[in-house]
Ligand binder design. Structure first.
Ligand SMILES: [Zn+2]
Length: 172
């Protein structure tokens, strides 16, 4: 009999890029996976079959809180998410899959709203698009071509990095 999740098999996939598909109950977790640079989609549909088929088709690991869904055996790669809070959920994924958090290149490499890879943009290009104070005090900017939104390493970014550092301590 198989265990209630299939972490061992998922670990083999680590040579390739790990991609996730999260069910509708995991919005906050999705945001943080994207901030850490993990390719994570978050469909608006939540019927089991569509989730399973999409995960299989796109080679994604289905993250789910739905115990009924995982009772269907061998449906796709999945990770059953325990815990009600995103910190707990994220730690579960990081530990369970032994994921490395890449502070140099991965963090903020994706838009937390839409999952698109962000692009680095030169400071001189953002002058008309960000508040004057931000332009004066910040030097690194990234851009989401989908949302047409600029992000920068401001206090929000620092706060998020701190949260991630704390997570790292817990996961060590
Ligand atoms: Zn975006």
């Amino acid at each position: 009999m198989k265990e209630s999740n299939n972490i061992e098999e998922i670990k083999d996939k680590k040579k390739e890029e790990i991609k996730f598909l999260a069910d509708i109950m995991l919005g906050k977790l999705v945001k943080w996976l994207r901030i850490l640079g993990f390719n994570t989609t978050y469909p608006s549909f939540d019927d089991d079959l569509s989730l399973i088929l999409t995960a299989r088709q796109e080679g994604r690991i289905l993250l789910t809180r739905d115990t009924n869904l995982i009772k269907r055996r061998n449906v796709c790669d999945f990770l059953f998410i325990k815990g009600d809070h995103w910190e707990e959920q994220l730690l579960g994924i990081i530990k369970g899959l032994k994921l490395k958090i890449n502070f140099d290149s991965k963090i903020f490499s994706r838009c937390s709203l839409c999952n698109t890879l962000t692009k680095n943009v030169a400071k001189k290009e953002v002058k008309n698009y960000v508040p004057p104070y931000v332009f004066l005090t910040q030097n690194k900017f990234v851009y989401c071509p989908s949302c047409k939104k600029y992000y920068w390493r401001g206090t929000h970014w620092q706060r998020m990095t701190q949260i991630i550092q704390n997570l790292k301590l817990f996961s060590a």
